[in-house]
Design a protein around this ligand. Sequence first.
Ligand SMILES: *Cc1c(COP(=O)(O)O)cnc(C)c1O
Length: 398
Amino acid sequence: MPGFELFSDLERKEVSDVLDNGVLMRYGFDGMRKGHWKAKSLEQELEKQLQVKHAQLVSSGTAAVSVALASAGIGSGDEVIMPTFTFVASFEAIMMLGAIPILVDIDDTLTLDPIKVKEAITSKTKAIMPVHMCGSMANLDELLAICKTHNLILIEDSSQATGATYKGKPLGSIGDLGCLSLDFVKIITAGEGGAVLTNNEQFYRHADHYSDHGHDHVGKDRGAESHPFLGYNFRISELHAAVGLAQLRRLDEFVAIQKKNYTIIREALSQIPEVTFRRVPEGGVESYSFLSFFLPDIEISRKVSIAYKNKGVDACWNYYDNSWHYIREWNHLKEMKSLYPISSEVKKGLEYLQTKTFEQSDHYIARNISCLIKLSWTEEEVRERAENMVGIIKSVLL
Ligand SMILES: *Cc1c(COP(=O)(O)O)cnc(C)c1O
């Protein structure tokens, strides 16, 4: 990760198909296209490869989460349970609909703790949204069982785990809805883009219309289409879809390279008894985009993290003090800094953020280091890196 590391003639060919006919929009202009429908083709290939009935491409992963929630009828005042360790986008996407993100502790999987999820359910809860961070997953069987008992929707944010599976099924295909990001730094990229995945016919139809001003996409005259309900523009362009199409065809190749590099580093770190690894739920197979491990305490993980930076082991993060991925430093959200007035319902719904602490999440995030696994490393570079990582941890532990 990220897929841009290995851009090739495959991506160039798809983009030049689009520029040759000049149709940059995904809908209409049938006569000019010379048969090229990149967004439609990418949706079909996503459906096949990720084993879902429907994929709806949109303009970003953030849009995918908002569109998925809207498609399931989630909006004003509804509560959506999500983890404290996430990308800030998942929180924003809920806010955009006037719904209320309810943050819940993570466990040693670095994703939602099902016990804490149960405790957070109220009469306003409409959905549970696990975020499959850093290439691995939440315990989906347990979350599905909770959703069934309480009649809730399960929405997977699998933006960071495309290519991972749970009990043989691709992540994103297991919940009622799944969301992918194809932004520039994800395992497969379109530059910008995202997708909503679902096996639910109605949710799919909603996502298709909602992401294009409510257009029903019936017939061949866009101007004459009807609009069954309110929508906005979250469309992807053909240029972006073209890059995404070439990249999706390389997903298995990318996962295989990541697995090889990940395994070399993991085996090296396993020699240190003080290092433990993030738990992958039973039946889960990672996308190997990151290697995440725990150190004995926060002092050690801070020292190791700083030493990695100073000694050229790049792309490793301790998220404790990070303002993008972890609640602790989200001051603009805790203080609800917004350009425009936020509804009193949401303000009230988010009051808990002023005072609530997340000791269990702190316990795991403070001790965690997550290292990106790159596609472009040579085997020699990976081995050298693994040796450096081990050497630095040993010197800090001394
Ligand atoms: C990247 C990401 C998103 C948002 O994707 P964009 O395409 O950048 O909008 C959402 N959730 C998670 C977990 C992500 O990593």
